[in-house]
Design a binder for this molecule. Sequence first.
Ligand code: HMG
Ligand code: MG
Length: 307
Amino acid sequence: MSKQETVKIVEVGPRDGLQNETGIITTADKAKLIYALVSSGITNIEITSFVSPKWIPQLADGLELAQILNLPNFVTTTALVPNLKGYESAKLAHLPEISLFMSATQSHSKKNINKSIEEALILIKELTQIAQADQKFIRCYISCAFFCPYEGYVDFANVIKLIIKLVEMGIDEISIGDTIGYATPKNVKDLLKPLGTMLDTKKIAMHFHDTYGMALSNVYASLEENIRIFDSSIGGMGGCPYAPGASGNLASEDLVYLLHGLGFNTGINIDKLVEAGSLAQTIIKKKLPSKYLQASLAKCLNVQEIK
Ligand code: HMG
Ligand code: MG
């Protein structure tokens, strides 16, 4: 790993975090959180989902939120898009990027989008062609790429085939999700090592959940396999409503602390990120799991003295 390299962080808290909150979060509070994240130096942010409000009522205000935001041009906003209806909302919102999504297992796919993997791939191909014509940057998640809450172990050979299919369709970035946070660094290497011999890892992002405490270790293993894009969520908010037990995304504060400690550049000011994490706690009225956030707020040590 060479120092001074840049790592791209995709902040997914306003989507992956807030989709999991049971309380009502106002559109104004969502916007406030996004502004706080952007002032910390975050430049890639998933602001919401354009999915069915019957499935994810927490993000039913996605279009309204996108339309009230007034962010600088250097910030790239994206949102989850499950179908043409969702794509139309993303277009109305003038998002430069869309995030498609699918699952590596049939059971999670059915629970999450009510479609088989084959049906999802047909839809993703159609949406990709439309979005390419509109010059959108296209990312696509593969959920449950390591373990599935319904099917257990996932066959990596199948995951690799899916990734290659998505690359061939013209997807710009593929985010590989450990949706239930059960993978270990060995699993990560077992998937990434062969993948790295088949395609350019610049197109690959890793999306870790910290359910079993492995997220940062998995980031380290991914860095060793030349991955330089990671998804994270402010404070560690989140999970997946259709993956039982999928609590806690990798926390943005913890990820940035690790990356800066290793000498990578992220463009993010960690003190400002802590302010955003603190705001997130106020908004959702809950203590968040990020270790860096909690230690900073408790003023465990006078960091200024050792900086
Ligand atoms: P369905 O019920 O099969 O579809 O849902 P439908 O076409 O019959 O539509 C049902 C209703 O929803 C209809 O309304 C549609 O108009 C409406 P009605 O006629 O009954 O009044 N509808 C929509 N409304 C607004 N925007 C839309 C839209 N589409 C349909 N885009 C569907 C299929 C895909 C829509 C549904 O299953 C869905 O929305 N699923 C999304 C679930 C979701 O967001 N899950 C969490 C995100 S995935 C995740 O967290 C994992 C990830 O973080 C990575 C990782 O951790 O690994 C990404
Ligand atoms: Mg997730």
